[in-house]
Structures are given as C-alpha cells and as structure tokens.
Design a protein around this ligand. Structure first.
Ligand code: AP5
Length: 225
C-alpha cells in the first residue's frame, strides 16, 4: 500500500495537488478537512464537535482526528494506495499514523511539503471557490471557472468556505503553522520529507512532486521545480 502525505499551510495548494496526484497515480485522495466538512453538513456528532474548532481556525483535537483517519484507512479502497491531505497536522497525529501503518505492514513513502509565503496564502484563500458536488477547486485570480459561480467539471454551484474569511484565515495561520513545523521535523528525521516550492504555477508544482515521488530515498531533499 503506497502512502503519501501532503503537508502545507492553509491555502498552500495541498488539495489542488492531491487531486491531480491521486488521478495520475491511481491513489485514493483523503482530505481530513473534507471529512470534517461532510460531517458538519450531515450534522453528525463528529461534525458538531469539529465545527466548534473549525469556525475558530483551530485544530480539531488529536484523538478525534486520529480515530476518523484510522477508520478511513481501514476501508477496502485504501488498500490501493492513499494520498492524505491535511493529515497529519501535529506530531502526535504523525506518530499515530506511523503506528497505524506499521500494523498494516506499511509506512509513509513520502511526505510532500508544499511551501508558500504567508502573504500569498492569504491572497489565495480569499479568492478560492469550491464546487458543491465534488470539491473541485478554483481561484478568482489564477484559475477562474469558465462561467462565474459554476463548476467547469460537473456544473454544480461554486461556494466560498466560511473559514476563508480574512479573520479566520489569520487565526488558522497563527495556530496551525507551529504544529506543522513539528510534522515537517518528524518526517525530516525519518528521511521521508520532500520540500517543493509551491509559489509556482500548479503544473510546475505537480511536476516537481511527481519527480520527487519517482526518485525516493534522498533524505531531507528539496525538489527544484
Ligand atoms: P483543511 O480543509 O485541511 O484546510 P487547510 O489545511 O486550511 O487547507 P486548505 O484546504 O485551506 O488549503 P489547500 O492547501 O488544500 O489549498 P487549495 O488546494 O484549496 O482543514 C480545515 C479545518 O479542518 C482546519 O482548519 C481544522 O480546523 C480542521 N482540520 C483538518 N484536518 C485536521 C487535522 N489533521 N487535525 C486537526 N484539525 C484538522 O488551494 C488554495 C487556493 O489557491 C485555491 O483557490 C487554488 O485554486 C489556489 N492555488 C492552488 N495552487 C496554486 C498555485 N500553485 N498557484 C496559484 N494558485 C494556486
């Protein structure tokens, strides 16, 4: 079972890249944020708990996230290989993932860190639009839909996320960047971190990630795009 994790600040392009890589490599794309947003929409107990944190830009507590991801890993489609987007976000989550994969005789093949400067992140998030049906991602400035408010891929309505309001974006960056650096440290120590410059066109970032995946086992490496 191939396992890749995407690491990056809010708005770095994790979802954009994970979607493309999943399609190109035949992997299942699992985004922790999407799982939480589905739970919120369906008003489940998990959704009600997650919402309290998400609306403040805070991380959902580790035990809740870890339980949710372990359940997702145990579904049959994950056996084909998986790209985790937005998980792990803290060192305890990274350690729990290692343990869960070890029990399955597997491990993280590469941790893909997409780095983008903070001012660019704020711009990207304020211009982001998502489709209701499948979460296809657009951006007013860099990747607009052909018809405003309508998804090119499936015709569904486009919407903006509640947590993309400027004040919540600032809270997300402030609260979520320090633990992200601990996750980067975790995978650097294990020799599985690849750092890619995410402040480039989407296709250039994808090519850098694909090169990194094709040539693994160069500890702490940085892929020039
Ligand atoms: P989550 O949904 O994971 O949000 P996030 O990490 O904040 O990431 P985003 O989805 O905002 O950004 P992205 O990196 O996917 O960027 P995208 O590709 O969309 O989490 C939401 C919340 O759930 C969290 O705040 C937390 O509360 C909770 N949560 C989730 N996981 C958790 C966990 N493990 N532990 C605890 N809590 C958790 O791109 C952004 C925009 O930029 C788009 O408009 C896109 O078109 C554009 N763009 C992308 N790439 C480029 C490029 N190269 N050039 C120009 N524009 C680009």
């Amino acid at each position: 079972m191939k396992v890749y994790v995407m690491i990056g600040a809010p708005g770095a392009g994790k979802g954009t890249q994970a979607d493309i890589l999943a399609e190109r490599l035949g992997l299942v794309h699992v985004a922790s944020g999407d799982l939480f947003r589905d739970a919120v929409r369906n008003d489940t107990a998990l959704g009600r708990e997650a919402r309290r944190y998400m609306e403040r830009g805070a991380l959902v507590p580790d035990p809740v996230v870890i339980g949710m991801i372990e359940e997702r890993l145990s579904r049959p489609d994950a056996a084909a290989g998986i790209i985790l987007d937005g998980f792990p976000r803290t060192r305890p989550q990274a350690e729990a993932l290692d343990a869960a994969l070890e029990r399955r005789g597997s491990r993280v093949d590469a941790a893909l860190y997409v780095g983008v400067p903070e001012d660019e992140l704020v711009k990207r998030l304020s211009g982001r639009w998502l489709c209701r049906a499948s979460g296809h991602v657009y951006n007013e400035a860099t990747h607009p839909p052909l018809v405003a408010g309508v998804c090119d891929a499936d015709g569904s309505e486009l919407y903006q996320r509640d947590d993309d309001r400027p004040e919540t974006v600032r809270a997300r960056l402030e609260q979520q960047l320090p633990p992200m650096y601990e996750v980067i440290d975790h995978y650097t120590t294990r020799g599985s971190l690849v750092a890619v410059d995410g402040a480039q066109p989407v296709e250039t970032v994808t090519e850098a990630l694909l090169r990194a995946i094709a040539h693994p086992a160069r500890p702490g490496r940085s892929e020039a795009a």
